[in-house]
Design a protein around this ligand. Structure first.
Ligand code: HEC
Ligand code: HEC
Ligand code: HEC
Ligand code: HEC
Ligand code: HEC
Ligand code: HEC
Length: 503
């Protein structure tokens, strides 16, 4: 009987297990895809199952089927010599015809399901869920910061991979290595930065930002509150001279560095210590600036790698932005989330956040206890009349902690210096400190009006209504304002002191 003989090939334990696996895999893929579509529930582990585990099961099952059939054939060949090695394809036999149609349809459906799963699987590996949430602890700092940044709608791969096949392959290979590092727990804490193989920024950033079209200027108000009982407000209103590249109409300003070839040598991994800068002139010659404080030898210059400045030399934290306790407290007070009528709230919040905590739980308990305790002891009448405000401040400060401190990864707000300004970290003053000179004495300017102009300022030491043209420091520090970098006083600690940083 033809029917029994052909079907008989599949009638063995291995092929049957294979068939069951294949059918179950298919069913599960369809069920999970349907569930995701209907409920909108999206979880990294579900993604792993739907796009990798179940299709794997389906393919493995289908591979088992011929393995079993081959074994049966071997057995039959030895028993019964006249069975041909392959089934005879005679389409006049209605059974063979049906069998053929069945297999053709099954193949088409199989190919369809596997293609849909692999396309979706590809999208899944490109998603922020995959990059940012799957290895939750490892990527928590970067993912959390990204979620609250101007780039929250830009996917990880748009900056970390960018377009083009070559970088795609590189990224998938390094991605495999990273998955292994997570499984084997060999990743560094904190994860080191800058990433050696980060794609040159001009390939990625410029896909969305077009340097020739930068705004000429941008107005920005910096709000602060004094660490006193009244939390006295201080405001600096600056016009930041962004400017375009040398090719654009508004060629002068901060973005002059883009489109001009500026090369530099950094002595440290974080690129904070820059002893040497060289700028290509229009005539093709170079002008070299050298640090007068930490001089560099000719030999060192010849040996060191010179880096061409790009977007990430200033915007190194365009999305993984962590903020100091001081800045967070200031922003929460100005936006009304923390009540400024609570005595010393600015100072207190900063102090509580700066204390080193071993775990997030320890921090949450301490924040929840210390603030109410302080007011109950020092300002009992405030503790009673403003209980709601104090509780809200506790919640906000906990939230600030969870966005800027990640004890599991040994990351806190100042682990990765942000180069965009010069207040908490040297930033622009790595070169613009007035101490980098050419042989003929030309300096890279530290002029306070080179990059921004003061539109206005309010502060306890400025008479109300006075028109301010130059920045007035809240306490008189004499000529230190020009001689010392702001960050030397304003960043108390470094990464070894979690939360270090005074203001
Ligand atoms: C707007 C562009 C951009 C996006 C979007 C982006 N990154 Fe980054 N990322 C960077 C840059 C630039 C650096 C290098 C930082 C430095 O040199 O200080 C970086 C660094 C990192 C690092 C190294 C550690 C660190 O904090 O410096 C990790 C890990 C990382 N990104 C993960 C992610 C993940 C996960 C996502 C998506 C949730 C993501 N990135 C989205 C630009 C981006
Ligand atoms: C996929 C598109 C995309 C890519 C790639 C991208 N950005 Fe953006 N960027 C945006 C969008 C969208 C905004 C928000 C625009 C707005 O707020 O007006 C933004 C905002 C910014 C801002 C202004 C932030 C602020 O404070 O308002 C800066 C600076 C910036 N990006 C720098 C970068 C840098 C540096 C890179 C490369 C590492 C980069 N971007 C890559 C889309 C992108
Ligand atoms: C020399 C340092 C430096 C370099 C290099 C640099 N920027 Fe900027 N950029 C700044 C500063 C400073 C601001 C103003 C920041 C602020 O408002 O706080 C700014 C503002 C911006 C803004 C927001 C304002 C606007 O015009 O939309 C974008 C977007 C931006 N930069 C993108 C880029 C991109 C893309 C590159 C690389 C092609 C780049 N920048 C290179 C320093 C730099
Ligand atoms: C790696 C060194 C380096 C860093 C970092 C750096 N600059 Fe510069 N910058 C230079 C050099 C060199 C010049 C050219 C000096 C000259 O020719 O007088 C310059 C010139 C400028 C100019 C004048 C451009 C013009 O219109 O002629 C501005 C504005 C400026 N920088 C802003 C910034 C800002 C803002 C930052 C930080 C976000 C910054 N720079 C970081 C090296 C640097
Ligand atoms: C090379 C460019 C450059 C020079 C020179 C420079 N600044 Fe700035 N400054 C910046 C940039 C860029 C920011 C904005 C950073 C940001 O957006 O967070 C800034 C921000 C500031 C702020 C606001 C900081 C805050 O968080 O409240 C003050 C105040 C300030 N600068 C004062 C000065 C004074 C005083 C000088 C002269 C000693 C000076 N700057 C010289 C680039 C410069
Ligand atoms: C010699 C040390 C020193 C230097 C250098 C220094 N500061 Fe300060 N700064 C202080 C002290 C001390 C305070 C007062 C603390 C307070 O009352 O908040 C302060 C307060 C401030 C505040 C108010 C902060 C807040 O949260 O209320 C700003 C803004 C500020 N400084 C800007 C700068 C800038 C910009 C520079 C660099 C151009 C700079 N400072 C350089 C010591 C310094």
């Amino acid at each position: 009987m033809a029917l029994r003989k052909t079907a008989g090939y599949l009638w063995n334990p291995i092929s049957l297990i294979g068939l069951i696996l294949a059918v179950a895999g298919t069913g599960l893929i369809i069920a999970f895809l349907a569930m995701e579509m209907i409920t909108g529930f999206d979880h990294p582990y579900i993604g792993l199952l739907t796009y990798f585990a179940f299709p794997g099961m389906l393919i493995f099952g289908l591979l088992l089927v011929p393995v079993g059939a081959w074994q049966v054939r071997q057995r039959r060949r030895s028993e019964d010599e006249d069975i041909p090695p392959y089934p005879r394809m005679d389409f006049n036999d209605p059974h063979k015809r049906r069998l053929f149609i069945f297999f053709s349809l099954a193949t088409i459906i199989f190919v369809l399901i596997v293609s849909v799963a692999s396309i979706l699987g590809f999208h899944f590996t490109e998603s922020t869920t995959f990059c940012g949430e799957l290895c939750h602890t490892v990527m928590e700092p970067e993912h959390t910061a990204w979620k609250n940044s101007p780039h929250a709608k830009v996917k990880c791969v748009e900056c970390h991979v960018g377009p083009g096949a070559q970088w795609f392959v590189k990224a998938k290979i390094s991605g495999l290595r990273q998955v292994w590092a997570v499984l084997a727990h060999t990743y560094p804490t904190p994860i080191e930065t800058p990433i050696e193989n980060l794609r040159p920024a001009r390939d990625t950033c410029e896909h969305c930002h077009w340097p020739e079209k930068f705004y000429a200027g941008r107005q920005k108000v910096f709000y602060h509150y004094a660490p006193n009982k009244e939390n006295t407000p201080r405001e600096t209103n600056l016009l930041i001279n962004i400017g375009g590249t040398p090719k654009s109409p508004n060629a002068h300003g901060i973005h002059w560095h883009i489109g001009t070839e500026v090369y530099y040598i950094a002595r440290d991994r974080k690129r904070l210590d820059i002893p040497y800068i060289t700028v290509k002139q229009k005539d093709g010659t170079f002008v070299e600036y050298m640090s007068t404080e930490k001089p560099i030898t000719k030999d060192e210059i010849a040996k060191s790698k010179k880096r061409l400045m790009d977007c990430t030399d200033c915007h190194n934290r365009p999305t993984h932005i962590y903020k100091s306790p001081g800045q967070e407290m200031d922003e929460h007070i100005v936006s009304g989330l923390i009540d400024p009528s609570l005595p010393f709230i600015k100072k207190l919040g900063v102090e509580i956040l700066e204390k080193p905590y071993k775990t997030k739980e320890e921090a949450m308990t301490a924040i929840g206890a210390k603030l109410p305790e302080y007011y109950a002891k020092n300002f009992p009448e405030v503790a009673k009349s403003k209980a709601a405000g104090i509780n809200q401040a506790v919640d906000q400060i906990k939230d600030i902690y969870s966005r800027n401190f990640f004890p599991e990864m040994k990351v806190s707000w100042n682990t990765y210096p942000n180069h965009i300004g010069h207040f908490y970290t040297p930033g622009c003053f790595r070169c613009h400190d007035g101490k980098h000179k050419t042989a003929s004495g030309k300096v890279i300017s530290k002029d306070c009006n080179l990059c921004h102009t003061v539109i206005g300022q309010k502060q306890e030491n400025i008479p109300a209504g006075k028109d301010v043209k130059e920045f007035v420091h809240p306490v008189d520090i004499g000529d230190e304002i020009m001689k010392t970098n702001c960050s030397d006083c304003h960043m108390a600690g470094d990464e070894d002191v979690p939360g270090g940083g005074k203001h």
